[in-house]
Design a protein. Structure first.
Length: 279
């Protein structure tokens, strides 16, 4: 491949990518950053609802280009512009201490909430007032792993395209539909009208998750509402649910963090739905 020419740190392309660290610029350009080989690989394979490639631009170090030649070739095949850059440029754009050598500029890919409802989802995670981007991305990853059909971020939740959210999703952002900016009342009402049972996860829930499983009530279409990391779900949000469910604490731990509780709840629903499907 020889020694490629490195793009200048002062290049307009680098400046434009660097600005995507700010939410206002992401919203204006409808672009976001995906950093690392896993996320970029998934971005290369993803296409939006209009059929157009999600990845529009790729920055890579020469070393990463050799190591991940298949990703570079696939990116070029989609028509994405590929730029060679120094590690310091990627670190500056991605705002990470140890960049992974690949950084993609991607088009927004969130789905309209109505489109998710039309697909008749069976398992949905609703993030209500979740403010920590790492938690949001991790819950998205858990939902993907559990086989959920969609994730909904309410209008009070963190930006889906926050770089920390994207990194924490480890590519799952590209695997399932995600709706953003949906008022929690609209999310609950729409899902209920689509025949989905709403369960709110809360440590003070009146129903125990184990009891729900034992009663065989969790095999149908289900949406879980997960609340803020610090203060959980307010009373008005809990009131939107058909049932408020607590994850049982069998040991001495004070509580579970948001992502762990979400994983337990989503996998419980996925298990119950598979069991019902085999009957």
């Amino acid at each position: 491949m020889g020694t490629p020419e490195l793009i200048s740190p002062r290049s307009p392309r680098v400046t434009a990518a660097r600005r995507l660290a700010k939410r206002a610029f992401r919203g204006k350009e409808r672009r976001f950053i995906a950093e690392g080989p896993q996320a970029v690989r998934e971005a290369v394979a993803h296409r939006g609802g209009d059929g157009e490639p999600t990845l529009v631009e790729l920055f890579t170090t020469a070393e990463a280009a050799e190591r991940y030649a298949d990703i570079i070739d696939a990116a070029r095949a989609t028509g994405a512009r590929v730029h060679f850059a120094a590690d310091t440029v990627l670190a500056d754009v991605s705002q990470t201490v140890t960049p992974q050598g690949l950084l993609g500029v991607c088009r927004f890919l969130d789905s309209p909430f109505e489109e998710i409802l039309r697909a008749r989802p069976r398992l949905v995670a609703v993030l209500a007032n979740v403010r920590d981007p790492g938690n949001a991305g991790t819950v998205l990853r858990c939902a993907d792993a559990a086989g959920a059909d969609a994730v909904v971020l309410t209008d009070a939740s963190v930006d889906l395209y926050n770089p920390k959210s994207v990194r924490a999703s480890v590519g799952s952002l590209f695997h399932l539909p995600v709706a953003v900016g949906v008022p929690v009342e609209r999310a609950a009402q729409g899902l209920q009208e689509a025949g989905v049972r709403i369960l709110a996860a809360d440590g003070a829930g009146e129903t125990d998750l184990d009891d729900e499983l034992d009663a065989g009530t969790m095999g149908g279409p289900t949406a879980w509402i997960f609340g803020n990391e610090a203060w959980g779900l307010p009373a008005e949000t809990r009131a939107l649910a058909d049932t408020v469910v607590r994850v049982p604490i069998h040991g001495k731990a004070e509580s579970l963090n948001l992502a762990t509780a979400a994983a337990v709840c989503l996998y419980a629903s996925a298990r119950a739905q598979r069991v019902r499907g085999k009957r």
